[in-house]
Design a protein around this ligand. Structure first.
Ligand SMILES: [Zn+2]
Length: 349
């Protein structure tokens, strides 16, 4: 990519006094970590990659499903039919949109014991984007952000509504200053139970991307606001979070990173809103997918991909998507015990 092609690609953006050629160059040298590539993640990544950031590491654990397509704009009908891992399908679409950006997809389930390794491998990101809409992971991101001084951008969405907030440790309220504890499991509605209009995460993700760019260019001076919006009624309300800093906050003031220090629940769980169960490995260590695929060939249909293998036992309606870290997504059942027993039978452990 020569210089003039880059100028052309980003010309309309670099015209902005807030960006300019120096800002564009700064974006080019930036690195972003995005955890979660659902509706918010698709919208965030699309904006950031087209804006010309340097590197995007994107992490997601799930497979593309037909019910995702009305709002998860990086995925195609074919991705859903092939049940492609979201991180890989998104990376493919993003590379088509802008080959200048170094895209690093990671198919993994983020938890307390691996988030730091995933986030800090090789370099420290300039900013972390929350694309998960998952409460537990948000508190983990907040712990990591406060521990290591990395700004992050919170986003949440349901129905017609959304919220966006930038968090800069030491400068703004952190997540726990405002919401000291996560809500009890099962008390919150999700997109899978309450529904969501595709426009809502599109708007929230675009705002998260804008705030990430602002954090990269302007640093912590830029932030300290939470925005709550409704795309149906067009009501937008912003609240300053500078006054919400809690001098007693366990996380950003006292340095207690409870969520990072809590052992992960490494067990099986039905994936929300899908006829699928995720079974996490009982033991640590990587699987040898090639030899596993060889063993399974006699027992059903096996397809091997570079980052996962898929197996459908003969005569069965379920498929097992097996990842190198030993994690398995069993599609075709929401019965956790049945999924666990299939994994034990074919993969062991
Ligand atoms: Zn705090």
């Amino acid at each position: 990519m020569n210089g003039s092609e880059q100028v052309d690609r980003y010309h309309r953006q670099a015209l902005l006094p807030e960006i300019g050629p120096a800002g564009q160059a700064r974006l080019r040298s930036s690195s972003v970590l995005m955890i979660g590539c659902g509706a918010l993640g698709c919208s965030i990544a699309q904006q950031l990659v087209r804006s010309g950031i340097g590197k995007l590491r994107l992490v997601d654990r799930d497979l593309v499903d037909i019910t995702n397509l009305h709002r998860q704009v990086l995925f195609t009908d074919q991705d859903a039919r092939e049940q492609s891992p979201k991180a890989l399908a998104a990376a493919e679409a993003l590379r088509q949109a802008n080959p200048d950006v170094q895209i690093e997809p990671i198919v993994a389930d983020v938890h307390s014991q691996n988030i730091a390794d995933i986030a800090l491998r090789d370099y420290m990101p300039d900013v972390i984007l929350d694309g998960t809409d998952n409460v537990q992971i948000r508190y983990l991101i907040n712990d990591l952000s406060c521990r290591d001084g990395i700004p992050w951008v919170y986003g949440a969405c349901i129905g017609m509504e959304g919220r966006v907030m930038s968090i800069v440790p030491g400068k703004t309220a952190c997540l726990r200053c405002i919401f000291p504890d996560p809500p009890a499991p099962g008390t919150l509605q999700t997109c899978d139970t309450a529904g969501v209009l595709g426009a809502a995460p599109a708007v929230v993700g675009a705002l998260q991307a804008a705030q990430a760019i602002r954090l990269i260019l302007d640093g912590p001076e830029a932030v300290g606001t939470m925005l709550a919006l409704n795309v149906w009624t067009m009501s937008f309300r912003s609240i300053s979070t500078h006054q919400s800093q809690d001098p007693q906050c366990l996380c950003c003031r006292k340095g207690q990173y409870e969520f990072l220090n809590r052992p992960p629940r490494l067990d099986a769980a039905a994936l929300c809103g899908r006829n699928a169960v995720q079974v996490r490995p009982v033991t640590e260590g990587d699987l040898d997918l090639v030899s596993l695929a060889g063993r399974l060939e006699a027992l059903g249909e096996v397809t091997a991909h570079p980052q996962f293998a898929r197996f459908r036992p003969t005569g069965s309606e379920t498929t097992l998507s097996i990842f190198p870290d030993g994690r398995v997504i069993v599609n075709g059942t929401a019965d956790v015990a049945a999924a666990r027993s299939l994994v034990a039978r074919y993969i062991g452990g």
